[in-house]
Design a protein around this ligand. Structure first.
Ligand code: EPU
Length: 432
């Protein structure tokens, strides 16, 4: 358990380099399993989800070495073909290892990932696509066992542009001696990064960033050196940190086109945004204007991963904003906690109505998921007085030492290890 202790209402000002993207690092590290030899992955974020994935890769027999933010992954003797439940449970996205194992060994076993803090996380699109590609899948004692029997050219129509299903199909397809076409593929920048990696490995992949992906696989993929793209959600988090504290920030090494949805909302609501040759500059307005109606959508729409952090921003705007969460069922867990800090937010199903207030006030709150936790830290940075964000490891899953980077910008924040006194039950806190 970590408690982030924040003395708020201090302007965040300065310059930061963006960290590597979690949601690109996970499939890219997984893709190393399709090769036999030494892969060099640059700009890899040192975050908990990456550490969990590295535990899994080591369990399968890979050798892993960190050299600052460069990661060496030697897959030469990785012969494991199953991932135990205790490791699968630590990270829901480990389901993409199924595609990589099937690609490498033609068989594999994972435990069913089940649900997570965002609600039920079905994998029916993954399973159905693999079956179409010639994998025979059986469910035994809570485990999924797959054997690739008849690889052949396949056309897959995804019901929804699922990021994980698109990646899983790409990983398996890249290793097969045939052509796989995905219609209604996810278009996120992380898919483009995976395409770049698979192409360097020797597969023929094209179409990333569009709804149609064509993957011409190869039976012999080679180890590569690859640099992970910057994390757009972490970048947006620091931009909002400056925006809610009346500050200014220069963010280096971000890819501005990946942040379009965020920068459009920030500039429409009054932030001054300048595009720099290798980054972005933001200057906060006196007080933001409201955001209008924001609906989370697959890329290039407004990302669900930025919904919570933008809610903190909207909570301080001069007027009323509406946020509609269309991607995940349980992604408003930060709302009762933001209310404890003085935010005025009403939720009806998947819609939240946020009436901005001039000030938030410090309180003790609990992070229940990664992005919600980041939203609470942002609220604490803006709030008057002291805020404590109690976190059972969610924030470190995706943010590399946020307390360190925020201190560089002038924040007063400490990460205290240990068990703080328990919070009262949620109903009582809601009444409080
Ligand atoms: N879905 C299904 N069946 C499937 C797969 C998905 O019904 O077989 C549904 C999901 O339940 C959800 C929707 O489709 O309602 C979108 O799920 P998707 O598969 O696109 O998400 P994911 O691959 O599980 C990734 C990111 C998430 C991000 C989503 C959406 C990684 C490791 N995770 O998840 O990131 O929110 O795409 O963009 O890439 C985060 O970083 O905090 C995070 C949750």
């Amino acid at each position: 358990m970590v408690t982030y202790k924040i003395s708020g209402a201090r302007r965040l000002c300065g310059e930061l380099d963006a960290q590597g993207a979690k949601n690109a690092a996970l499939p890219i590290l997984t893709a190393t399993l399709l090769t036999r030899g030494l892969n060099i992955i640059e700009n890899c974020p040192r975050i908990l989800d990456v550490e969990v994935l590295l535990d899994i890769l080591q369990h399968l027999g890979c050798k892993v070495t960190w050299e600052e933010d460069r990661l060496l992954v030697d897959t030469a003797s990785a012969d494991g073909d199953s991932i135990p439940e205790y490791l699968m449970r630590k990270m829901r996205s480990s389901v993409i290892l199924f595609g990589a194992l099937l690609g490498r060994l033609r068989s594999g076993e994972i435990s069913s990932p089940g649900g997570c803090e965002l609600g039920p996380r079905p994998i029916n699109f993954h399973i159905s696509a693999f079956e179409q590609m010639g994998v025979v899948i059986e469910e035994r004692h809570g485990c999924l066992h797959g054997v690739l029997e008849h690889p052949h050219d396949t056309t897959i129509n995804l019901e929804f542009p699922s990021v994980g299903a698109t990646e899983n199909i790409m990983l398996l397809a890249a290793a097969l001696p045939c052509t796989t076409t995905i219609y209604n593929a996810a278009r996120e920048p992380e898919i483009e990064d995976l395409q770049a990696m698979l192409c360097s490995m020797g597969a023929g992949v094209r179409g990333a960033g569009t709804p149609v992906l064509v993957i011409r696989g190869s039976g012999k993929l080679r180890p590569v050196s690859h640099t992970i793209i910057p994390d757009r959600v972490v970048a947006a988090t620091y931009l909002i940190g400056a925006a809610v504290t009346g500050g200014e920030l220069k963010l280096n090494h971000v890819q501005e086109r990946h942040l379009n949805a965020a920068t459009t909302l920030l500039s429409q609501s009054g932030c001054q945004i300048e595009r720099l040759p290798d980054g972005l500059y933001l200057k906060a307005p006196e007080r933001p204007r409201p955001l209008g109606v924001v609906r989370t959508m697959p890329h290039p729409g407004f990302p669900t991963d930025m919904q919570a952090i933008f809610m903190t921003y909207a909570a301080l705007a001069q007027g009323c904003s509406v946020m509609i969460e269309t991607i995940f069922e349980s992604r408003f867990k930060h709302v009762p906690e933001l209310r404890r800090l003085g935010a005025n937010i009403v939720v009806d199903g998947r819609m939240a109505v946020i009436t901005g207030v001039p000030w938030l006030y410090g309180a003790t709150v609990r992070a229940d998921d990664l992005r919600g936790g980041a939203a609470l830290i942002l609220a604490g940075l803006a709030a008057q007085g002291e805020t404590r964000v109690l976190d059972n490891g969610h924030i470190a899953r995706g943010y590399q030492t946020p307390e360190h980077f925020l201190r560089l910008l002038g924040a007063k924040i400490e990460a205290l290890e240990g068990h703080p006194p328990a919070l009262p039950p949620e109903e009582e806190r809601d009444r409080g």
